[in-house]
Structures are given as C-alpha cells and as structure tokens.
Design a protein around this ligand. Sequence first.
Ligand SMILES: [Zn+2]
Length: 486
Amino acid sequence: MNQYYIGPSLSDPEKAFQIEIHLDIPEGVSDLFFPYWRPGRYEPGNFVKWSRNLVIQGEIESLNVQKIQPNHWLLKSPAAQRIKISYEWCFHELNAGSSFMSSELFYVNPVNLFCFLSQSEQEEIELLIEVNEGWKYAGGLPVNWQQDKKRWLLKASCFDQLADSPFAFAPVISKFQWISEEVEFNCHSIGQLPMPWREGDYSSMIQFTDFQVKMMNGFPVKDYHYIFIFTPHRMRHGVEHCNSTMIVMGQGDVSDEVFYDEILSIASHELFHTWNVKYCRPKDLLPYDFTQSQYSGTGFITEGITTYYGELMLWQSGVWSWEKMANCILDWFNIHLNNPGRFSSSLIDSSIDTWIDGYVKGTPGRKVSIYNEGALLAFLTDVFIIKSTSGKKSLDDVMRAMLLNFNTQTRGYTIDDYWHTVEDIAGAVPSQLISLCSQPEDYASEVLTALEWIEQKCRINTSESGRLEVVAIALQEHNKLSNRHC
Ligand SMILES: [Zn+2]
C-alpha cells in the first residue's frame, strides 16, 4: 500500500509541512510526478515550486533519479523495491485551493503537495497526519485517531480520491449536520461564523441544498461536507470536490446581509458542481490527468451553467427574492456589454485559453469569461427551451438527461453531446445559440429578445412565469441602464 505522511516541519513548524512518501516501484523505469494543476482551476499550478529539500531514495538498492521536467522525475531501479520521498512544502497564501499551516490551522489540499507515481495512481493510499492533539477535523474522507502513535489516519482508494479530498484541522471547528433525501450534509466552519449561523440558523443552507437534490433527482454521494474557513481579511473563493467543497471567505467592506448572500451564492454554486463537473464531466477531463494541461472548450457548461444554477437555485428554492436573481442577470449582462473581448474571442476559445490567462485580467479586450458569458448563454438556452416547449421543459431537463447519459460511471461528454441533449429536450437548437459559444459574439440582441418575451409572458399569465418572472424586473432595470451601456 502506498503510504503518505504529513506533519509540521521540524525546522519551520508553524509555516512548512514535512512530507514523507513510501511507494513500491518495479525494476526498471518509473515516473514520479508533482501535480501540475488542480481540478476547478484550469491553469498551470506548478505546485512543485513550493517544495524544498526533496530527496528520493531506494530503501534497498540505490536509485538513479533524473529530473526531466519541473514536475517529472524518471526513477531507474535495478530491482523492485520500496522507495522513500521526503521534502518540505511551504506556501504563504490561504485560499480555497492552497495548503496552509499556522499556529491555529493545519489545512491541506492534497492535490498541491503530494507526489505520485503514474504507474501506481490506482493503488490504495494510507495517509498519516500529525497535528496537535485535540484539534478538530473537517474533510470529506473519514479519519481515525491512532492513540498509540498519537496521529490521525485517513484512507483513500486511489490518488485521484486523495487529491480530491481536502481537509483541515483547527483547535475549534463548529459543525452543523442535517439529512436531506438520505444524504448526510455537514457544514464545518473555522473562524468567526457569519451572522445567522451565530444564532444557529442554517435554514437557508438546508433550503437550497434540499431543493437542488430534489431537482436533480438525487445526489451522487452519500455524504457531503461544506468546509468554510472564515478569514479576518477580505476573501471570496470556493473549490468543488467529489463530496465536499472548500470555501475561504473574509468579510471586507460589506454588510452582514451582503456577505451572507455571497456565502450562499458560492455554496450553492459549489454544490451544483457535484453533478456538473465532478459526476457529469466533459470527456476532455475524464479522468483527470495531473501530469499535464487538459484543454477543454466546455467551460461554458462546467462553469457557465454552474454559475447560472448557483443563483437560480437560490431564487427557486425561495432563499432569495427574485430581485436578487434579477440583479445577477443584470450584472452578467452589464459585464458582457462592457467587455470588448466579446468581439475578439469566442466562449469556447476563451475556455481553452483559461490555461494561459483565464484567472487574470490579461490583455484588455482579448477574451470573455466562461463564468459570465457562460451564465448568460445558460440563461438564453433555458429561455429558449421554456419558450419552445411552452413551459413544459427547461434547462433542468437537459441537466438531468446529461447526468444520466454522461457521468464518471459511463463516459464523458463533448460539446456536440451537450447540444444534442438540448435538441432532444427542446426539439431543435437554433444555430444562433450555437454561434454564441463558438464565435465572438455580442449577446445584447438575444438577451434583450429573451427579456422582452419574458416580460410579455409575465403580463399575460403570471402563474406561468415561474422562474422567469424575475427577468421582467431585469428588463425594466436594463431599460434604465441601456443608454449608459449599450
Ligand atoms: Zn465553479
């Protein structure tokens, strides 16, 4: 069994991790890698740069070690044997995708600090963790305390599962638990709780979680963990995982209500990712390959649809008023109208380019956002389906069908698979909708047409308006703003 160890560094115990890994290698050549990137952030991570004093040794025979890329070593062994890899790992930024150590926090995203052998990625892993006795644990994998050795033991079925299971230890972690549709949901929080949670009120979290699980006809995993780290400084960051999400938030200069809305928005977005990307995944990302870039044009589905649903589910579940949803649509629209990048790069091309400038400002007017334009396209697709089926179907049906036909148990999907699914549900897909993601396009005309249709529909029969009622408000708002932005 592959065995990993992590604890505080002896020389720098409040800042750096000490890592030791024991792996079996065969006679001949093996490939040792440091993960190049992490799921949820489609850009090079180059996590190896935070390591130091890395030593690779054979435990029986001498080993020939040759570094051939920053994150790739060739190991040549004269015999099958167990090897030991030891190093320190130190990073000074606390975000939802990092690992961070301080006197009050031991927080690990395994994907950015553990090496692996490409030949034994599928083997079971035992992870031993040395942290202060008495600290509390939050994570997606079950953990056991070994009293005799005074350390924690965590098991993963393979490297992929370990990589997708962040965890944190801290002196105090508050925990709230509930059951929804036979799934155990947990909300773990480190740091100062947001306003309603201080009073023990988690009703909004339960409400949108229940709604999403029911809407998607069930949940792909048996237990789920929202893990929050609340920081004193401003921070907004969440990352999705197979049965958890890591969310790092700090208030900044906003009211309690605005801050709480932002928490709900991120949490709802990350929960929807459990279906849309963790379980129902593009072919380009199935399986994850941590050794190199995995380019995909599907960001408008993985992030765009998730951005749309993150907010939509809050409104549909009754957690948010429809004015709040309307403001989100308006924000997406205004960002689009203010970005000349819409004339330069398509949504699909911008998705492939996240690997070079997807998470930085970059060259002005060069690109669009898989989140922003992706959410607008999801909205337009939803309106199209509702309109063409007289309200009998919606994008919900597309997401449920995608989940049935394309998932980690069967196969990944392509962009064509997605549009074929829309066609199956709606009866047709207008070429203009496809063009909005494959060509540099201005969305204004389509968005305004959709909003106008909704406004008329709402006037005719408010009972039919459902989710779209909100957009009538958006239209009125847009009319006020249009002189400024169009
Ligand atoms: Zn996302």
